[in-house]
Ligand binder design. Structure first.
Ligand code: HEC
Ligand code: HEC
Length: 339
């Protein structure tokens, strides 16, 4: 089965044209934002301030054993997914990812960064009732959700050594995690009273993001041409698809505020919450691979997140308002409607 089609959504393409003028004007200021690129990749480690409360399990410290080998393989798959399961690995059967991202492009420091979509504590959270499918899903199924959407690819067989290794790694990371550890996922932001604004977001992007991700948002390949990225693309044919969690503005803004520009932490963000929403909106309106069959997601529409950018919805609010907000009226209407 081929990966998701690379064809781009016409409605989005139209919106890019509308935004082009704003972008062109801002390319000049992007050049002045370069200082942020000085944060080197070696600064990826957790800051000392939160490291005390936040576990930093290190697989290299495990005693030599087959399990250690499996955990290390899982970590490598997450850090360099493109090298093992990417679109151009030698064995065509192993091409499960449809883009050249790594799981670690989003699950920062291979899932060890607090509020950076961490995997610490995740093993114990599955199987779990998921709204997207309205059924109980295993960790393997959840991982495949990211293969099909964030990686724009296809599901990895649940019995494969690669799936087992990633689960072993996530299990290892979760071993020392106290129950109810604060810092999993991406933090929730306070919802704004206005809609997120892609035009304002273009200015935020030029000043804070373009220096690494490129003014065209297409990222920068690793030295020597890849196949992976030094700075991953935020849109375009090699990015996550329209069904990904990162394609929801509330979710994406929470991730961005706590983690971007690269090097910031949840405790010391540099963007305001409004800037995070606006830049997430700017990224959201760009062209990217389209996931088909999204109308089948959230079969119980009352469990659909307010910021799901695709119909159908259980309420009368427009797709535009669900995508960009303001979301508070949608939430208020849900509360009234709730039993
Ligand atoms: C484009 C960004 C992106 C990429 C790449 C990505 N993910 Fe995710 N992943 C997400 C987001 C967003 C969530 C949702 C987190 C939430 O609900 O708070 C998520 C959730 C998960 C979860 C559930 C975490 C939890 O807290 O319950 C797992 C497990 C997971 N991803 C594994 C993977 C694996 C393995 C890969 C690589 C094959 C991968 N992801 C690639 C963005 C990404
Ligand atoms: C200093 C360089 C740098 C800057 C500036 C920067 N990023 Fe990133 N960004 C990265 C790196 C590096 C990663 C991937 C992390 C990894 O591979 O370990 C990343 C990952 C991401 C991701 C998830 C991966 C993906 O491809 O979707 C998003 C979303 C993102 N950045 C958004 C932003 C936004 C928005 C800004 C501006 C507010 C920004 N970044 C500024 C370096 C940067």
């Amino acid at each position: 089965m081929p990966p998701q089609s690379q064809h781009l959504r016409p409605a989005k393409a139209r919106r890019i044209v509308q935004l082009l003028a704003a972008t062109v004007l801002l390319v000049t200021s992007a050049a002045c934002g370069r200082h942020s690129a000085d944060i080197s990749r070696s600064d990826k480690a957790e800051t000392p301030a939160v490291a005390e409360a936040w576990p930093q399990p290190d697989p290299a410290a495990l005693e030599d054993s087959p399990r250690k080998q499996e955990v290390l393989y899982g970590e490598a798959l997450i850090r360099r997914t493109y090298a093992y399961l990417g679109p151009d690995v030698a064995d065509a059967e192993m091409r499960f990812a449809g883009n050249h991202l790594a799981c670690g492009s989003c699950h920062l420091d291979a899932g060890r960064k607090r509020y950076g979509l961490s995997f610490i504590g995740v093993a114990g959270a599955y199987p779990r009732d998921m709204a997207r499918e309205n059924e109980v899903r295993t960790l393997a199924q959840r991982i495949n959700g990211c293969f099909e959407r964030s990686m724009n690819g296809r599901a990895l067989p649940e019995e494969s050594p690669e799936m087992a290794a990633m689960i072993a790694y996530i299990g290892f990371l979760s071993e020392q995690a106290p129950a109810g550890l604060d810092g999993r996922g991406a933090p929730a932001l306070t919802l704004m009273d206005r809609a997120a604004d892609p035009v304002r977001g273009a200015a935020v992007f030029a000043a804070n993001c373009a220096s690494c991700h490129g003014a065209d948002g297409l990222g920068k390949a690793l030295e020597g041409g890849g196949p992976g990225y030094e700075y991953p693309p935020l849109w375009g044919p090699d990015s996550f698809n329209t069904g990904a969690g990162m394609h929801r503005i509330i979710k994406s803004a929470g991730f961005i505020r706590a983690n971007m520009p690269f090097g910031v932490t949840f405790d010391a963000p540099t963007l305001t919450e409004e800037e995070a929403f606006d830049v997430a909106a700017y990224i959201n309106v760009q062209a990217r691979p389209e996931k088909s069959g999204l109308d089948a997601d959230y079969p119980d529409r009352t469990r659909k997140p307010v910021d799901a950018p695709f119909p159908p919805y259980a309420d009368g609010f427009s797709q535009e308002q669900h995508t960009f907000g303001p979301w508070k009226p949608i939430e208020a209407a849900r509360k009234v409607g709730a039993p």
